[in-house]
Design a protein around this ligand. Structure first.
Ligand SMILES: [Mg+2]
Length: 432
């Protein structure tokens, strides 16, 4: 059997952990310069506020219902997510951390415990030790485990564990779930399915294999089999190497000078390199992009430029230097920039590196220096040590006017940018 643990309204639950008086009150968390709703309490969902709703469109609802509003505090959420995952790992030998607040567990071999009481125990431990409520699904396949957890999350009378492992009329459950809520079926696909009168999860389960293969191809067929209880997608406990790492942000105000933009780009390149090292990887391509505001009448200028490095590296200095040079090439005077970023691709595990014929002693020293910087930053829980080129005024920082005050122990320096642009995406898409 497979278990799925999914934190309920994760970012909101993190804010409630800091301030228990928010329990039972409507709460939202905003991202992107406080512009977009990225987490909603059940009370806010009941008001009809959608995921990713622009904040200005729902301001009246917020005011009328006294909704508590928070700027996303990703450092803090990430620290809580880590605590959650540490406990989840105790309950199964194989765990796939699927997104920041969700994990699949291979429960094969744990049946003797009684899977339902076992998962209830996990749920209670997470509630007591971390203070975060979760929903759990138990089923023979990942897709069904998702369905089980989805249904308990929507059922206020449930005890938080959806168990499809025995004695449940799974078909009846599948009839109650709209097809677009199935993991891997997006809105676009569900429109196509609805035209074919495939409305519920049960309809999809019973659909003709031939039609599915023709129209939804092999991935669609996999989902159908998984709904039938045939395992097609394994729990992947070994994390694959990321294909690319991007660090970028919309600025809190327009940037018009090259010096400020250089600082920002150097910072993004450094943050990306830091994430690269945290994964034990090296890379040999860096890209930089700049953008002006798409939504006003100011003159527009967007540009991206890539560069292949002579050899793969994880050095902050090297990435930051190339990022700066790329920026100087694409920089144009006279525009009001509101977003920029740095991207690293062509990533491989550092231990798979080909031995160099002309071993570079200097490079080795640079690498060791960087390791010291990482250690200092980890130890002191913030970016104490950084490159001079990043500057220190951070004029380009995002607007975050309603940030809660998380205790310092929750700040995760190495990972601080990983979920910066994370908006929980519908199931089936992996979140960076
Ligand atoms: Mg969740």
């Amino acid at each position: 059997m497979i278990g799925l643990v999914d934190c309920n309204n994760f970012y909101v639950s993190c804010e409630r952990k800091l301030d228990p008086s928010l329990e039972g009150r409507p709460v939202v968390v905003l991202s992107n310069n406080d512009g977009v709703v990225i987490s909603r309490s059940n009370e806010v969902k009941a008001l009809g506020v959608g995921m990713a709703a622009p904040a200005y469109k729902v301001r009246d609802i917020f005011q009328k219902h006294k909704v508590a509003i928070f700027s996303a505090n990703f450092n803090y959420y990430l620290a809580i997510a880590k605590k959650v995952m540490t406990i989840v790992h105790k309950y199964a030998s194989e765990v796939e951390e699927y997104s920041v607040d969700e994990a699949f567990m291979n429960l094969d071999g744990w049946e003797w415990k009684g899977l339902r009481p076992y998962m209830k125990q996990l749920r209670e431990e997470l509630r007591e030790e971390v203070g975060i409520p979760v929903s759990v699904g138990i089923a023979p396949t990942k897709t069904l485990a998702k369905v089980a957890s989805e249904l308990v999350k929507k059922d206020p009378k449930s005890d938080g564990v959806g168990d499809f492992s025995s004695g449940v009329d799974v078909d009846a459950k599948l009839r109650s779930l709209p097809v677009e809520d199935i993991w891997g079926i997006g809105r676009q696909l569900s429109t196509r399915l609805r035209e074919e009168r495939i409305i519920t999860a049960y309809d999809l389960k019973s659909a003709s294999e031939e039609w599915i293969y023709k129209n939804l191809h092999v991935n669609g067929l996999r989902t159908v089999y998984e709904l039938r209880g045939i395992r097609c997608i394994d729990v992947e406990s070994k994390r694959a190497v990321q294909k690319s790492i991007m660090r970028s942000r919309s600025f809190g105000r327009y940037i018009t000078t090259v010096d400020e933009l250089r600082e920002a780009v150097a910072f993004f390149a450094s943050a990306a390199a830091e994430a690269l090292r945290a994964d034990g990887c090296i890379a040999r391509r860096i890209g930089v992009f700049v953008m002006t505001n798409r939504f006003n009448d100011d003159p527009k200028y967007n540009n991206t430029m890539w560069r292949m490095l002579p050899e793969p590296t994880s050095s902050t200095q090297i990435f930051a230097r190339h990022a700066r040079e790329l920026l100087d090439t694409i920089w144009r005077e006279g525009y009001k920039y509101n977003k920029a970023g740095a991207m690293i691709t062509d990533i491989t595990l550092a231990k798979n590196r080909q031995p160099e014929l002309d071993h570079d002693e200097r490079l080795e020293r640079v690498t060791r220096a960087i390791e010291v910087v990482d250690t200092i930053n980890t130890k002191y829980k913030c970016s104490v040590a950084s490159l001079a080129s990043q500057g220190t005024n951070f004029a380009w920082q995002s607007k975050q006017e309603k940030l809660s005050k998380a205790p310092v122990e929750y700040i995760e320096p190495n990972l601080k940018f990983r979920f910066m642009t994370h908006v929980p995406i519908s199931a089936g898409k992996k979140v960076m």
